[in-house]
Every structure is written in C-alpha cells, then in structure tokens.
Design a protein around this ligand. Structure first.
Ligand code: UT7
Length: 323
C-alpha cells in the first residue's frame, strides 16, 4: 500500500473588480489588440482597497473545504504559495489559519513566485506521504496589483489578483499510476536567472518595490523548461503524455501554453485555459484553473492531470496527479 495525497475539494475566489484591456488605453501607449495577441489576456480582477492576499486565500480555502464537505477542524496544515503576503511576517498562512478559526495544526508560506503552487503541492505531498499530516489545505493567493509599476506597459497589463485552493487528504493507494492523488513531482530552480523577473524592493530596500521583467527572455526559457519538467514528472509517475486528460498550466501567456502543449504532443482541447479572464495571477493561477476546470465540467474524478509552472528565480516544476 502507498499513502497518497488525494484532492478531495477545490475552490477559488476572485475579487469583484474586473478590468478590461481597453481600460489601460487611457493611461498607457497600449491597445486591447496588442495585449490579446501577445498574451491572450482579455481582462483581469483587481483586489479592492484594503483587500489582502490572506483574505482572498481564506475565501478560496472556505470554498475548497465546502466542496470537500469538511471543516477547518479537519485540517492539520496549511501550505500557502504567495509572493505577495500581507506583511513581511508573519506568514499569510498563519493569518488564514486564524481567519478560518483554526487553533491547532501548523501553517507556512512557500515563495516560488509563479511556480509557487507546484512547490506548495510538492511540499504538502511530502507532509502527507511522510505521515506528518492527514489533511492539508494547499492555497495559491496573490495581489500582484500592489507591486505593479503602472507606468510600465510591458508588465502592468499582464497580471491580476485572485486565490485558489485544494484540500488534500491521505488515502491508501496500491502504488500504481491508477491511484487517485499525487503520483509524481519535479521541482527545479536556477538563480543565475534571477534578474529576468524580480521585485526591486523588500527588506534590503525598506520598501515594497515593483515587479521588473524581461518578458521575452523569460519566454525563451518557458516552453522548453515547462515541457521538460512535465515529461520528467510523467516519467516518474510511470505514465505517457498521451495518457494525460488535462494539462493545467500556469496561466501567463496563451502562446507559452500553446507552445508547451505542442511540445508535449497534446492538443489544446486537453488544456484548461483561464488566462483570458484572470491574466497572470502568479501562484494563484493553477489552483484557480483547477477550480474553474471542475466548475466548467472539464476536470472529472479519475482524470490524469499534469500541472506545470515557471516564474521568478527562475523556479519551475510540474506535478502529475489523478483527480
Ligand atoms: O508568470 C511568470 C513568467 N512570466 C512569463 O511567462 C511571461 C513571459 N513573457 C511573455 O509573456 C511575453 O514576452 C510578453 C507578453 C511579456 C511580451 O511579448 P513579446 O512578444 O515577447 O514582446 P516583446 O517583449 O519582445 O516586445 C515587443 C514590442 C516592444 O516594442 P519594440 O521594442 O519592438 O518597439 C515592446 O516595447 O512590444 C512592445 N510592448 C508593448 N506594446 C504595446 C511591450 N508591452 C507593450 C504593451 N502594449 N503593453
């Protein structure tokens, strides 16, 4: 028998305010046409004044608990992927813990930027596989609108805010790739590329700073590294690419999503795409896509999924799981 971390619920939260591409035309030398054709993004949600990452994460976590038919009392641990925690410390995860009314268990943040949810899933899987937890809430939540330079057209039109969550539960599997749950993970980073995507503020500068990105350089790395990490994870899981029902990719750019699917030899009708409605929500994008994919009736119990993401660091990785 093999202890598996099985997804038993998913949920998401998007802030109320929706900003269409055309709204940027008033203040920037840009166009709806440029943003759509270069990125696939049509609109994004922005948090309200005072609305924080931990608040959005809590709403997504409550939705995931509801869909699983569980309460916060059933949760042993919270792993929250974010690069935009409310404060430098404590972790946004401990804030979610208190907002959920939990007074036991443990909670921590994982910071791997856009790859954060993949890293968080891998960590939560290890906690469950090693017997340290029975049920783990894994959340991705971001308020990238707070770290945008609104005068930089090459970045500020690309990102959005939101949160998604899944509840993982320890279940006994047979050890085969037919098991439900996380079957394999692959994590990578290479800090030599840290200048391609970073925030120019933090403790060292005593201000929050703004996101800076050499987008076309990140793009160059993305398709190759994403297809490679997905293949590594599929190999470890003992499955072939053609067995995959759904790719649930990080939603940064439709051209990266299409390029990765093509490199993996899979058609776009096997890809969950939400980038047009959410923009790039960094660590929130995969759990948002998982939850929306279930709502749309795309992802069903027993489906084989591969999630993959790349972002600042560079950090990238993939998780193969049976839903
Ligand atoms: O999620 C974390 C990882 N991040 C990513 O995966 C993002 C990866 N990169 C990308 O998605 C794409 O590189 C972008 C969407 C950011 C940019 O697309 P691109 O096709 O790589 O364009 P580019 O950066 O090479 O820029 C092409 C042109 C430039 O003008 P010149 O130098 O050719 O005259 C830019 O100044 O487009 C210009 N440009 C814009 N024009 C209108 C850049 N931003 C805009 C804009 N509106 N918003």
């Amino acid at each position: 028998m093999t202890r598996r971390a099985v997804v038993i619920g998913a949920g998401h939260y998007l802030p109320e305010r929706i900003v269409e591409n055309a709204e940027f035309e008033a203040s920037l030398d840009t166009s709806d046409e440029w943003i759509r054709s270069r990125s696939g993004i049509e609109r994004r949600h922005f948090a309200a004044d005072g609305e924080t990452t931990s608040q959005m994460a809590t709403r997504a976590a409550q939705a995931a608990l509801k869909s699983a038919g569980r309460t916060a009392e059933d949760v042993d641990a919270i792993v929250l992927a974010t690069s935009t925690a409310d404060l430098t410390f404590p972790s946004a995860a401990t804030m979610v813990q208190s907002q959920l009314g939990m007074t036991s268990g443990f909670a921590f943040d994982v910071q791997a930027v856009c790859a954060g949810f993949v890293y968080a899933l891998a960590n939560a899987n290890a906690l469950i596989a090693s017997g340290q937890a029975e049920r783990v809430l894994v959340i991705g939540a971001e308020t990238f609108s707070r770290i945008m330079d609104w005068t930089d057209r090459s970045t500020c039109v690309l990102f959005g805010d939101g949160a998604g969550a899944v509840l993982l539960e320890a279940q006994e599997g047979t050890g085969s790739s037919d098991d439900r749950g996380i079957l394999a993970t692959d994590l990578n980073s290479d800090g030599r590329y840290r200048d391609l995507l970073y925030v120019d503020g933090g403790v060292a500068t005593q201000n929050t700073g703004h996101l800076r990105m050499q987008g076309n350089q990140v793009f160059r790395h993305a398709v190759e590294k994403l297809a490679a990490t997905a293949h590594t994870a599929l190999d470890r899981a003992g499955v072939d690419a053609e067995d995959v029902d759904w790719i649930v990719p990080h939603q940064a750019n439709i051209r990266i999503i299409q390029g990765t699917a093509k490199k993996m030899g899979l058609p776009m009708d096997k890809v969950v795409v939400t980038v047009q409605d959410h923009g790039n929500t960094s660590a929130a994008s995969i759990p948002l896509a998982l939850s929306v994919g279930v709502e749309r009736g795309q992802i069903k119990p027993g489906d084989l999924l591969v999630t993959e993401a790349i972002g600042g660091g560079l950090a990238w990785g993939a998780v193969v799981l049976r839903w």
